[in-house]
Design a protein around this ligand. Structure first.
Ligand code: GUN
Length: 936
């Protein structure tokens, strides 16, 4: 037991056979440093754990599952087409052969470009992992390079995978077909490449992939069988999926008895062959499959969607044929093996009803097919599939009560029922950890991702970096998701970034390093979305001038005219001697109440969802504060500016050099985003971090206690405790205040606002009465009965994110308005509130074709008056009491924007590295409180 590295204590569920689902209560499963299962004990009493742990090495970790959590084997997807992920959920109106011609081949053809592949493959692999697929059997396309890229992606992700370069040398479109010789040469090169890539780890393997008998000549099939035999690698293809396909095969091979015999004739059938579908097999064909020990990948989602037929799985099992499950993306639309289990169940019920042939598939059989059955198909039955001692630990940690879980657990439930509920109702939200060969491969948290990335750039490999994230998804309130058949992009959080300032430079540098430049979408300063911004007051949209030149023509409008006396008097208003005041009071004092109440209040709604009369001018708009202090006037300051001092100047120069040309390109840009939304940054960070050997990402693991004592730092999560040289907390400060010892001042004083984000998409592209970025609503606007903060015109601001011409809006509601409320409206109510807003303000009464409501709880920290002084005291307190072991980062402290967060992470990581190397000045993450800009 001395090599045990991880122990899991709690409920453990796995398949022993088709009939036997083994449910172990109080189980203790131990895994060694190579990811192998060392022991599996049943009915271990909690009291026995201490003595068991005593004999173990210090770095072994016990993960105690909570009451309803359980561990089960990872899912095995025995048939999926990675390139077709881009089409998933679409094109199900045609049967197989027409579907291939119209939708599938044109898409697969695009993978001649590895750049195109780079947009699809990493996302697909990471989604499969998130959905619990620890082993997948992939089809790539006919292209050698992008097939290699898929293999590299799978390898990089840590998933177990079989990757096939597809072969097609006839009956294929002119634009998507190979010459037979190239097909053979490229296949052999591919097989050797993947064997090399795996380097004996037994994680990625090549699989020889004649697409199906229709698209492969006899010569090609024979040569492929030779390659498979020469390198002893598996084979996959399609068999007997659809009646038109079968008829075509018999036309092509009139002298061969049936479809299965065609493959047999070409020596493609053996115990390592996986045939997908097998819907219309004859008795003789099943006999032959049994004789050759070929496995069938049952793909019920696709069989139904393409109306291929109903596969009789019970019959296959009775005949002793190996069966596993496949998602068959994009014949099937779902990437989840849970979905495959449910459709296999439904299909078997149809067979039971119509054929009277036996029973439908039972729960134990469905679980077997998804795990052990799949393992048999890929000939890894002695390596994965269940938790027999000696196998690799490929497993899922399931939490039926995870945040947002689609499952409800009641008093009357027991483990068996909760397991069944997960299989029939659960989804990726319940899959809080995914392990392959004992390694955690899923998820990660946005909090700290950028800090971890910067650290990973400078720290030596021997320094281990661990990211611990309570939820099971990345990104915090950054979330970009495509909806509906047309894949309309909805942003649930921030949607654009400004390239300006030091923070903007830091983000551009990160974009360059993450190779995201080709995915940028930029909006020039001359674009209507940059020029036209509005304020809704009191009952109409008021366009704001975007420059001094545009001020003159705006004067005809009373809303702008009323600001003029305030602007004219400002240079003559005596500076006040205050250390801080609210941004509302500051603007009213220096300008006038119209500017404070009707303009600035709206701007503060747009950035902080906050109350301008509560937020600190010094923390929220520090340059205005310093303009008054140095120049006696905001307007004079605006003309002269401020300069960065100390190491910020040095940083400005360094970032400028790194960003280089991109900075010049960005000088004409007002805002930017990415083709697939801001989440692309998060995904790229995750991908990069997962490639680093010294970085571990733990998701679904909540930190419950942080202890800094005698210059030692200890992290307690729900399941383990470990020591660390230095902890960087990126938690919201009020949450940190509850779990940290020692108690530090002011942590709990920064509260955060909750924002409801309602995305709406309309098929009519010309619904908006004006063009522009959108509008904000000040607190002074009457009849704002649903606490609206503003509306973004997404289809004007970032039209190229969608392929179709539509009107797309985001309505933001709540913020500080919700802070005094007992409960926040539910999603249905929020949708109707948002529709009321767009109907009353913009005259859009139409029914949206798509919408999404997300409630972003406590997402924007509110820096109230005195925030900077509080942060200064906190800085000194951390420095003096935590001995350099703790620093803080994230939006609670020194800036809420993506730019601020990235810049502060970069600077903090630099300081932490310095502290680790020299142990000089204790780092806190709040050093910025001592930096004051200088007048020019
Ligand atoms: N479902 C499915 N069947 C096929 N038969 C040949 N190619 C394909 C494919 O891409 N998907």
């Amino acid at each position: 037991m001395s090599n045990v590295k991880q122990l899991f204590y709690g409920t453990i569920i796995h398949s022993l056979s088709l009939d036997k689902l083994h449910i172990i209560k109080n189980g203790l499963l131990s895994v060694d440093g190579d990811g192998k299962i060392v022991s599996l004990q049943e009915n271990v009493e909690a009291e026995e754990l201490d003595s068991i742990l005593e004999g173990l090495a210090e770095d072994s970790k016990l993960i105690r599952l909570s009451e309803w959590q359980f561990i089960m084997p990872g899912f095995i997807d025995t048939h999926t087409h990675a390139p077709q992920y881009a089409n998933a959920g679409t094109g199900m109106d045609l049967p197989l052969l027409e579907w291939l011609e119209k939708y599938t081949f044109p898409l697969e053809h695009s993978f001649s470009s590895t750049e195109f592949a780079a947009k699809i493959y990493p996302r697909f692999v990471s989604h499969l992992l998130r959905n619990g697929t620890t082993t997948a059997v992939y089809y790539a396309t006919i292209h050698l390079e992008s097939s290699k890229y898929l293999a590299e992606t799978v390898k990089g992700s840590g998933q177990r995978g079989f990757i096939g370069k597809v072969n097609m040398d006839r009956n294929s479109p002119e634009y998507y077909v190979e010459n037979s010789n190239d097909s053979v040469l490229h296949t052999e090169e591919f097989v050797k490449y993947v064997l090399d890539l795996d380097a004996g780890e037994n994680l990625v393997q090549p699989i020889v992939t004649p697409r199906f008998a229709i698209t492969c000549t006899e010569k090609l099939m024979t040569a492929l069988a030779d390659i498979a035999a020469k390198y002893d690698v598996p084979i996959q293809s399609h068999l007997s999926e659809n009646t038109a396909e079968i008829a075509f095969v018999s036309e092509l091979f009139p002298d061969i008895k049936d479809y299965t015999s065609v493959y047999d004739h070409h020596k493609l059938l053996n115990h390592k062959t996986i045939m997908a579908h097998g819907v219309h097999l004859t008795d003789d064909e099943r006999d032959l499959l049994k004789q050759r020990n070929v496995g069938i990948s049952h793909c019920p989602n696709s069989n139904l969607a393409l109306r291929s037929g109903v596969c009789k799985v019970r019959q296959l099992l009775q005949d002793g044929i190996k069966v596993g499950l496949g998602t068959d993306i994009s014949g099937g639309g779902s990437k989840s093996i849970l979905d495959a289990m449910r459709r296999a169940s439904a299909t078997s019920r149809v067979v039971a009803m119509t054929d009277g042939n036996g029973e439908h598939l039972k729960l134990s059989e469905l679980v077997f097919l998804a795990t052990m059955g799949g393992a048999e198909l890929v000939n890894l039955q002695d390596t994965v599939g269940n938790f027999k001692v000696g196998k690799d630990f490929d497993a899922l940690l399931i939490d039926p009560c995870a945040e947002g879980s689609p499952i409800d657990v009641f008093d009357m439930d027991d483990t068996e029922r909760v397991f069944e509920k997960f299989i029939f109702l659960g989804d990726d939200r319940n899959i809080i950890d995914v392990f392959v060969k004992g390694r955690r491969v899923s998820g990660g948290g946005i909090s700290g991702l950028s800090t971890a990335w910067y650290l990973s750039q400078s720290l030596p490999k021997s320094c281990k970096i661990t990211i611990i994230e309570a939820s099971n998804r990345l990104g915090g309130w950054i979330q970009s998701r495509r909806h509906g058949e047309q894949g309309i992009l909805f942003e649930y959080g921030p949607r654009t970034i400004r390239p300006g300032g030091l923070g903007g430079l830091a983000v551009l540098e990160l974009i360059k390093c993450l190779n995201l430049t080709p995915s940028l979408i930029t909006i020039p300063k001359t674009h209507p979305a940059a020029l036209n911004r509005y304020i809704y007051y009191p009952d109409r949209l008021n366009k704001l001038p975007h420059s001094l030149l545009s001020l003159a023509p705006s004067l005809s409008r009373a809303f702008i005219r009323k600001a003029i006396p305030g602007i004219l008097r400002e240079p003559f208003v005596k500076p006040a001697n205050t250390d801080d005041e609210s941004i509302g009071a500051f603007m009213a004092r220096r300008f006038n109440s119209h500017i404070a109440d009707n303009i600035l209040s709206a701007v503060i709604h747009g950035i902080y969802a906050g109350d301008a009369n509560q937020l600190s001018v010094r923390s929220v708009l520090p340059s205005l504060y310093y303009y008054e202090r140095y120049y006696g006037s905001v307007l004079k300051g605006l003309m002269r500016g401020l300069k960065e001092v100390g190491d910020k100047r040095e940083l400005e120069r360094e970032l400028g050099e790194c960003v280089g040309d991109l900075m010049n390109d960005m000088s004409k840009i007002s805002i930017f985003s990415f083709k697939d939304g801001i989440q692309m940054m998060v995904d790229a960070l995750e991908r990069e971090l997962k490639m680093k050997e010294n970085v571990t990402i733990k998701t679904g693991e909540k930190v419950v206690k942080l202890e800094i004592e005698n210059e030692k730092a200890k992290v307690h999560t729900e399941s383990s405790v470990f020591s660390s040289l230095h902890i960087i907390s990126t938690l919201p400060s009020d949450i940190l205040s509850h779990i940290l010892t020692p108690t530090l001042p002011h942590l709990c004083q920064t509260r955060s606002a909750t924002v409801a984000v309602v995305n709406l998409a309309y098929s009519d592209p010309s619904l908006l009465p004006v063009t522009g970025f959108g509008y904000l609503i000040p607190a002074s606007t009457p009849n704002n009965i649903y606490s609206a903060l503003g509306v973004v015109f997404d289809s004007d601001a970032l039209p190229s994110q969608d392929k179709v011409n539509i009107t797309k809006l985001t309505v933001m509601l709540g913020g500080h308005y919700y802070s005094g409320m007992n409960s926040i409206p539910n999603e249905d109510e929020l949708l109707s509130h948002a529709r009321w807003v767009v109907s009353n303000h913009l005259g859009i009464g139409e029914e949206p074709m798509l919408w999404n409501v997300s409630i972003q709880r406590a997402c924007i920290p509110q820096y109230r008056v005195g925030h900077l002084d509080r942060m200064r005291e906190l800085h000194h307190s951390i420095r003096n009491t935590c001995g350099g072991r703790l620093s803080v980062a994230g939006a609670s402290y020194l800036g809420v924007s993506v730019n601020d967060i990235v810049l502060n992470s970069r600077r903090l990581a630099g300081r932490v590295v310095e502290w680790i190397e020299r142990r000089k000045s204790n780092v806190t993450g709040l050093e910025g409180v001592e930096e004051i800009p200088a007048p020019v």
